[in-house]
Design a protein around this ligand. Structure first.
Ligand code: ADP
Ligand code: MG
Length: 339
């Protein structure tokens, strides 16, 4: 009764994106034994014979996720596919086929759509995936929804739920570049020195090969891609694993381009790297015994991998060790569509 009443006056502003997903997960929980992973990870995992089918979908909406004055249709097409590939990368799986559903306003030119598909095709070629279908409809704003399918073996896949107390916490690449690139675009302050950051925002590179290598070498206990920001995605991984963590702020990898815009001696230089979204790097946990293997993989693939934290018992929640040694529990975790 009490909950029904509470439910009645709730709306998306106080529930938030992830509060809503929790509700949907509760309403729709399935007892199907072939369903290895439903709602709650980067992809859904279904047993199909001796293999696992992976499925993920992401939506991009004009004026919410992109602005047509910033991103050309080629990059938009490519990015729409890349963000889905990143979710399969986060499981260590192999992407295979995808479907593209489009909502399009009438005034859009054929040339725009053809350049969009050139971007899609380029991305598909690079990651060896095939477009097999989709859907098309009239819409007020350009809306792109891609559903990507992939495969793997359940025992090799890396879920969000496997982190153990004592594990190290690692992240690939650098963080905050995309969010900074977006800010530069919004403020119309694109300069030569900020081009790399803007490009990181417009043309993300999913870490598919790294994800697969971590799975193949059984390095990681849990993994997620960083799409909502480091704090938000660390929180998702911790929640699914039922653990806490300590993150050392000063260890967060920042690119030279980031530091050229936000110098390390400025006020709170890590803020954007902690909460900014769309990095599409991999965040994973691993036993300290795997440190050597992880550095070898990082060198072989030429992808920087940085140890930024440690997994703690659940009651410790998420703690950030600041530059001055103060330990904080972040109140705002990252991007929320309804927040
Ligand atoms: P990601 O950031 O990796 O794309 P999300 O935060 O979008 O993941 O989603 C988290 C989980 O919730 C995923 O398992 C996703 O499939 C699921 N999910 C998101 N929105 C919905 C929805 N409207 N209905 C059912 N499941 C959803
Ligand atoms: Mg993800």
């Amino acid at each position: 009764m009490h909950f029904a009443k509470l439910g009645g006056c709730m709306d998306l502003r106080n529930l938030g994106e992830f509060g809503l997903i929790k509700r949907i997960r509760k309403w729709t929980a399935s007892p199907n034994p072939a369903l290895v992973q439903g709602i709650g990870d980067d992809v859904a995992v279904m047993e199909m014979g001796n293999k696992a089918l992976l499925a993920t979908t992401d939506i991009l909406i004009e004026d919410i996720h992109f602005d047509r004055s910033w991103i050309d249709p080629y990059r938009l097409g490519k990015k729409s596919l890349m963000v889905n590939l990143s979710d399969i990368a986060a499981m260590g799986g192999t992407p295979k086929y995808f479907l593209v559903s489009l909502g399009l306003p009438k005034h859009l030119s054929l040339s725009y759509i053809s350049r969009f598909y050139r971007g899609i095709k380029e991305g598909a070629k690079r990651y060896r995936v095939d477009l097999v279908g989709g859907d098309t409809s009239l819409a007020e704003k350009t809306t792109i929804s891609i559903c990507l399918l992939g495969e793997g073996r359940t025992k090799d896949l890396i879920f969000r739920r496997g982190a153990r107390v004592g594990d190290d916490l690692f992240v690939s690449g650098t963080l905050g570049d995309s969010a900074l690139g977006l800010k530069i675009l919004q403020e119309k302050k694109v300069r030569v020195k900020s081009l790399r950051l803007v490009e990181k925002h417009l043309s993300p590179c999913p870490r598919v090969e790294l994800g697969q290598a971590l799975a193949e070498h059984r390095c990681a206990t849990a993994m997620i891609d960083v799409s909502d920001g480091l704090l938000g995605d660390t929180h998702h991984l911790l929640e699914e694993s039922g653990v806490g963590a300590m993150v050392w702020e000063e260890r967060i990898p920042l690119s030279r381009s980031y530091r050229a815009i936000i110098p390390l001696d400025s006020v709170d230089p890590y803020q954007t790297a902690l909460s900014g979204g769309e990095d599409y790097e991999l965040l994973f946990t691993a036993s300290p015994r795997k440190r050597e293997t992880i550095s070898t993989l990082s060198r072989a693939l030429r992808i920087p991998i940085t140890r930024i934290g440690k997994i703690l018992p659940r009651n410790e929640k998420l703690r950030i060790v600041r530059k001055n040694g103060r330990v904080d529990s972040p109140s705002r975790l990252g991007f929320d569509h309804f927040g």
